[in-house]
Ligand binder design. Structure first.
Ligand code: PLP
Length: 238
């Protein structure tokens, strides 16, 4: 069990060791160091811990729960905020107004609302489509064939910038088993870029605490790390 409220010194140590793991994985994958961005997933964690990481140069933070995230964004508007949780329609307005990125777009209607509600005086909202790569019945996300259908409509919406794909594959402990779905997500992105080179999709958001190495081997450009930076989350299960 990890300590649920690590001291701030332990927090910076964990942070540095995650950065090191990302570097090592880049070396192993023969990819440039710096080709993989780190999203610190700070859901349920206090603003004090976010501030500590910000002092160490961390800019991008990921949040799942809207109310909690709005309080944090108000306190740290200079950071870059990514919404990565499930999106109900009644949340799109606040998301469109306060975040720079949304990773969890899983239907056209949500994208249309985000586009309509994104204030026109700020840059376009960066959008990732969440893909249910293993087509698990119980999972959120678009199937690969749905991605191919809706991407064309989402790419034309004003005030949004379609950037790529996000996936949360089933947990696996074996690295080869972890790599397979990540490879399929990368191939889906390549297919989109072949069909629509003008979109220039450049982002693959995949890899969490337990599988970041496998994701980087398969081309992740952004990994979303919560537990291995902040320690275990006490309350909500995801
Ligand atoms: C919570 C969460 C993470 C972080 O997962 P860890 O296993 O704690 O690193 C990443 N992505 C999403 C979508 C999440 O909800």
């Amino acid at each position: 069990m990890t300590d649920p409220s690590p001291s701030l010194a332990a927090l910076t140590q964990r942070y540095q060791s995650v950065k090191q793991r990302i570097q090592n994985a880049c070396l192993q994958a023969n990819r440039p160091i710096g080709s993989v961005a780190l999203l610190a997933v700070s859901k349920t964690k206090p603003i004090k811990q976010i501030n500590v990481l910000a002092q160490y140069g961390q800019v991008c933070f990921g949040e799942n729960y809207l109310q909690e995230s709005l309080t944090k964004i108000a306190q740290c508007p200079e950071l870059e905020w990514h919404f990565i949780g499930p999106i109900q329609s009644n949340k799109t307005k606040a998301i469109a107004e306060h975040f720079q990125w949304v990773h969890s777009v899983d239907r056209l209607k949500v994208a249309q609302r985000l586009s309509r509600q994104r204030p026109s005086e700020v840059p376009p909202l960066n959008i990732l489509l969440e893909v249910n790569i293993s087509e698990e019945e119980t999972k959120a996300g678009l199937t690969p064939s749905e991605v191919l259908q809706v991407a064309a409509e989402i790419a034309t919406l004003p005030n949004l910038k379609l950037r790529g794909l996000m996936a949360i594959p089933q947990k696996q402990t074996n690295i080869e088993a972890q790599r397979l779905p990540f490879r399929q997500v990368r191939e889906l992105l390549e297919q989109l870029n072949t069909q629509h080179p003008e979109w220039k999709l450049d982002t693959l958001s995949m890899g969490m605490s337990g599988d970041l190495e496998a994701a980087i081997m398969e081309g992740a450009t952004l990994v979303r790390i919560g537990t291995d930076i902040f320690g275990a989350r006490e309350d909500r299960s995801n």
